[in-house]
Design a protein around this ligand. Sequence first.
Ligand code: DHB
Ligand code: FE
Length: 279
Amino acid sequence: MAKITAGISTSHVPALGAALDQGKTKEGYWAPLFKGYEPSRQWMQENTPDVVILVYNDHASAFSLELVPTFAIGCADRFQIADEGWGPRPVPVVEGHPELAWHIAQSAIEDEFDMTIVNRMPVDHGLTVPLSMMFGQPKSWPCQVIPIAVNVVVYPPPSGRRCYHLGQAIQRAVESFEPNLNVQVWGTGGMSHQLQGSRAGLINQEFDKAFMDDLVANPEVLMQKPHVEYLREAGSEGVELVMWLIMRGALGPQAKELYRFYHVPASNTAVGHMILENA
Ligand code: DHB
Ligand code: FE
């Protein structure tokens, strides 16, 4: 049977992708940040999954205000790299896993999560930056990827509780898929960030660190957190953190923290990253 072996969380700041693509990762501003991901790239080489279920948000690349799905699952066999205004990032095309994706769609929908099924979805920095941070710059990505796009851009986004429960539904789906597959679930976005207005650049390290602690040990506390608390404490884009709860819900209650990294600044944001092993 397929099994979820680990969960990864990471910020997806587009400037990280640009730093990599432009060969700037050893420069002063970026060096400490990329150094913090080195142990993860090492761990990933030794623990490469067959499939990553990559929970991210689309930033008006595949979708627009004309169509805003709350939870969309990519069932295609490949996903092109989106052009976000500077041409597509120079990274490999993303290969999907249609059989597992359709299985998750069916299982989750029967489980009362009304997923939007998507067969064409160019993927933007929300998905490609986490792949780059974990795998570096390979000629092709070393695993297949099932994108799950979550609306955290247009009000109202789904609640943290709903996200956690979706993670649990994903776990049930994966563990009822017969082929033997090593599957990881990644939750991306965050941490504190406020990209516009008078509070632009807001960083709340205390909030971010408590969130990481609770993600491991007390996810039920995070399930209660209302959107307005993310907005107030972590900035308007801080609400991307609900996507980490989908990852956490897909792991067992005793998930073990293998690695944690936290760094300020990266563009306007705090970068947070964790590796959790599914006990
Ligand atoms: C930035 C961060 C994001 O998460 C994003 O989607 C776009 C921009 C930033 O810090 O610049
Ligand atoms: Fe974002």
